[in-house]
Design a protein around this ligand. Structure first.
Ligand code: GLY
Length: 588
């Protein structure tokens, strides 16, 4: 049997085609894929996959230089929060598609004393933003306005987020933690093939913005591996932050330059948006899965609620006996995902603006209702599951995981949304700005046959944070860190995190196998299963087709940079996702 990867639905296409630019993959989405051959090759590859093992501490990120900086900080006696701050700034330099100071994100922390914390440094909509800014006079969504215009940019949160975590739980001075990033920006770093492949993803766009092309093109042409990327303006901005901290970013010349460029380009950001920006500590979403405690991201992330709703639903099924890649296990997971994404799209938004029924979504009773609706041998059409389509989300985010020698664990996912964000830099600030406004519903569901007025939960409003799928997650075993994980991938983040967990807990994979294993994704709408090459065998693909599923092959997505702490020995096992060959798991 052959599965042909074409005719992706809107959301899946947005998610997966963007990932083609970033993922280090060989099969284009439109190429026919012989699943049987790929499945055999994938299983051979998986059998050989082994994590990096170290006795004391571990960092895994999507860029090797950033990982090494984190490990250096840990070796020097810094804790996991110190290392997370250093890695966050380093990725802003060496992984500029996704690491950032022009975007925002989430941090989940488990402290060795047992506390579990969540820090929300998601971008906020400009104060002047309204629910209809991405619509024309007739109420139609204007293509590209929420992704490519100055209106697409939310007030960045990363600098305040990293600084807030450091001030509360770190031990080292900010200047020391930013110093390696400044050096990498000032002196440059040699690009590897994995770095260049990501830059190539938007090389054509760089040429349209002179101050962007001046940095990310080499004399007007795309960089090639072995060349050095120098970011002198970014070095200067980072040095300003190193000296003046959060205040230097949110008050004064940096904010003023962004506001001026925004005004000149028709955007809404003003110095007042920067001055009013705040981060928020919150209680993580928690749930249990086969004896593990899952510590996950609450709204404005949809990640924790949706991951927990899926896990709660699937827990009673014997997935391990069904087997990885089997039609039976895929069916159960897909049905759980279908319901959880429908709930996600309807119910969730920024908690400062809307009530989020997280407890209801992750309650055992709701999971039981979903299980009761799952037919043993048939796909449920998504049209029979209540919900409205959320906006397509892009996937050009990055995740990193840190565990230190004392047992502190930090899981960070942060983003500028699309690959290289909005593709714009304000003046000579040297950092790329986000297009996170695209994560709002440009046109929320008006009341329809389902009475879906709650679609407005994620409508644009001034000062509001857009709903996210970023899912930095920590699993605890007997109160101690067991798994630290997360991923980029827009709406696929949630299913990537679930599969990493299920691959380990149910299918008995080691962490490298769990991260490397070909994935599948279903997000309720469009009503199809998108699979990475090699996920399905010929037999399981045929069985799913008989159950009524539509299956499409997409290019690989996500990068689940993960760490496991061996509960018996305390040894750390780190896994850099094979889809990010420039990344690294390292420790000491
Ligand atoms: N921008 C992708 C997300 O936050 O889910």
């Amino acid at each position: 049997m052959r599965i042909v990867g074409r005719a992706l639905g809107v959301a899946a296409a947005a998610t997966l085609l963007m990932s083609a630019a970033e993922a280090q993959v060989d099969a284009p989405a439109s190429a026919p894929v012989d699943v049987a051959t790929d499945a055999a090759a994938a299983r051979t590859m998986l059998a050989a996959a082994k994590p990096v093992t170290e006795p004391h501490a571990m960092v895994v990120s999507a860029q090797h230089l950033a990982t090494q900086i984190g490990v250096d900080i840990l070796r020097q006696g810094g804790n996991a929060v110190d290392a997370a701050v250093a890695v966050g700034y380093a990725l802003a330099v060496v992984h500029p598609c996704c690491g950032n100071i022009g975007g925002g994100g989430f941090m989940v922390i488990h402290l060795a004393d047992g506390r579990n914390l969540f820090l929300d440094f998601r971008e906020k909509a400009p104060l002047a933003a309204t629910a209809t800014i991405f619509q024309d006079a007739r109420g139609e969504v204007v293509p590209d306005r929420s992704t490519s215009s100055w209106l697409a940019i939310g007030t960045p949160g990363t600098v305040m987020g990293l600084d807030t975590a450091l001030a509360k739980y770190g031990t080292m001075p900010l200047a020391k933690l930013i110093a390696p990033a400044i050096a990498l920006a000032r002196d440059g770093y040699v690009l590897q093939p994995g770095d260049v492949k990501i830059l190539d993803g938007r090389a054509r766009d760089f040429a349209t913005e002179p101050n962007v092309g001046a940095i990310f093109l080499n004399q007007g042409r795309p960089f090639v591996a072995g060349e050095r990327l120098v970011q002198a303006q970014l070095a200067k901005t980072l040095a300003t932050i190193a000296k003046g901290g959060t205040s230097a970013f949110y008050h004064g010349p940096i904010a003023d330059k962004v506001a001026a460029a925004s005004a000149a380009g028709g955007g809404l950001l003003t110095p007042a948006d920067f001055a009013a920006y705040t981060v928020a500590w919150d209680t993580p979403v928690t749930c249990r899965y086969h004896g593990y405690t899952v510590i996950a991201a609450p709204p404005p992330s949809s990640g924790g609620a949706t991951v927990c709703e899926i896990l709660e639903t699937i827990e009673p099924y014997a997935l391990g006996a069904m087997g990885y890649g089997s039609a039976e296990a895929t069916h159960i997971l897909v049905e759980a995902e279908r319901h959880a994404y429908a709930d996600r799209n309807v119910a969730l938004g920024d908690p400062a603006f809307v009530h989020n029924p997280v407890e209801t979504l992750i309650a055992p009773a709701h999971a039981a209702e979903i299980r009761a609706a799952i037919l043993p041998d048939r796909a449920t059409p998504s049209t029979e599951v209540k919900g409205i389509g959320g906006p397509p989300e892009s996937n050009d985010t990055t995740h990193y995981s840190v565990v230190d020698a004392k047992g502190n664990a930090v899981s960070v996912t942060y983003t500028i949304n699309y690959l290289f964000g909005v593709g714009k830099i304000a003046g000579d600030t040297g950092f790329l700005l986000n297009d996170e406004m695209d994560d709002f519903s440009s046109k929320p569901g008006t009341a329809n046959a389902f009475g879906l007025v709650q679609g407005s939960a994620n409508a644009v409003a001034g000062g509001k944070r857009p709903l996210s799928s970023m899912s930095p997650t920590i699993l605890l075993k007997d109160g101690k860190p067991y798994l630290v994980t997360g991923s980029p991938g827009g709406s696929t983040i949630i299913t990537t995190v679930v599969q990493s967990i299920v691959n380990i807990v149910d299918f008995g994979m080691n962490v490298q196998q769990a991260v490397n294993a070909p994935r599948f994704h279903h997000q309720w709408m469009p009503d199809l299963i998108t699979v990475e090459p090699g996920y399905l065998t010929t037999d399981s693909a045929a069985r799913l087709a008989r159950m009524g599923y539509t299956v499409r092959t997409g290019t690989p997505w996500g990068a689940a940079e993960a760490i496991i702490v061996d509960p018996r020995t305390g040894a750390l096992q780190g896994a850099n996702d094979r889809r990010r060959p420039a990344g690294l798991a390292d420790g000491y």
